[in-house]
Design a protein around this ligand. Sequence first.
Ligand code: BES
Ligand code: ZN
Length: 460
Amino acid sequence: MLKRRALLSVILAASLSFGVTSAFAAPPVEGNPAVHAFDNKVIKMISAENMYNNIVYLSQTPRVTSTVEEAQAAEYIKAEFEKLGLQTEIQEFQYQSYVNASEQDFSISDSSYDYKVGSFTYSPSGEVTSEIAYIGKGLEGVDAKGRDLEGKVALVERGDATFAVKMENAVSRGAVGVVLFNNADGAVATGTLGAWNDQYVPMVGITRTEGLALVTALESGPVVGTIKVIGSAMKTVTSQNVIATKPATQKDTGDILVISSHHDSVPRAPGANDNASGVAMTLELARVLANLPSDTEIRFVTFGSEEVGLVGSRHYARNLSENEKARMKGVFNLDMVGSNDAGDLVMYTSNGEKNTVTDLIASASSRVSVLPAYGPETRSDHHAFYEVGVPAALLIHAPLEPWYHTPNDTPDKISKEKLLDVATIVGSAVYQAARPDTPALERSKVAPVEVEYEETVGRL
Ligand code: BES
Ligand code: ZN
């Protein structure tokens, strides 16, 4: 079997020598003409140039979850779907999100020492002044046991338990604030309490040296400390999914296939590969498939707020009706599908088992490209569908590129060859199942080409 890269250069060279207008439009696949006629219908229309241009457009700025830039990306995507004549809607949703403190401080009375103070995500805001009580590492049954912390500020050492456990142990004994010192020299203690909890009290971090000095001071008498956390809060934020629908044009089987991606990015990352690449591919496959005959409904969906915990896809999946879920036969989730510096294409399912989507991808890739490996992974939007019982798979290149979630995730790292390869495979796979002459998915074996794909890879 040809190695993926070698095969792609043959494809690219061929597209040039056949005089195709765009150097990156895929050439027809050769071989069994009966099998490939349908693939070629899709493949010959795919343009890597289109995908690249949309990646450049979308990654001009980070599209951080629940910001104006995320909403603008959603509006742009909606307008692009509408240009294709697809029925399109923005599905808005709201959720609770933590706003970081604008300021935090720690001080002790009768001292002008300026503590280096770190913050904890999910610490509530507040200002407390009270006697400090040292509770070691704050472990249940060891350090905190029997201690009366009523109305006091708990001083605790990092290590051996999560920050949340230390907080809970301190609060359950009546503490009104928590100061945590590091278990290593150097950096100030910072971290996350994992989730919002109404019982929590203001918490700050200090250095190990500062913490140990306080422990010593406490041995010779009471010390009063003041903790200030200002501006932190849980806030209701808004985000949006974009949903475009291509209805079946004939012999409607009732089946629904979905091509999805997320359009948000992490802070400071332009997100060219994560995930303007997936969005650009969703748009390009929508363009290619929009006017082809099908007996299957195809939905093109881009999600907001993926990066903060699959919020948009969970909102979408959990709001599907029972009827829609039963008809939804597969979700092809595209996330990070164009990096020059990542590994080969992999298809991941949440439980690592094959399903309709991996079968269709295996079959299509064996006809038009190179068979990807598969394995278990939950860290993208396909998982939201798995949670509600809809077959789904993530398409991604692994191992990941070094620019993942960094300001260097820019369009110059994008490979048009990789974009073309993945779009070719996914387009062929979806069209195989959606075209009117293949039987409805639940009544047929989806893969006319039998494929053995036993290679597995671990989690990313
Ligand atoms: N694009 C990544 C996909 C990914 C999957 C990266 C698996 C690495 C491993 C995705 O956007 C992402 O970064 N996901 C989050 C997890 C999510 C549940 C918030 C992550 O991996 O930090
Ligand atoms: Zn992503």
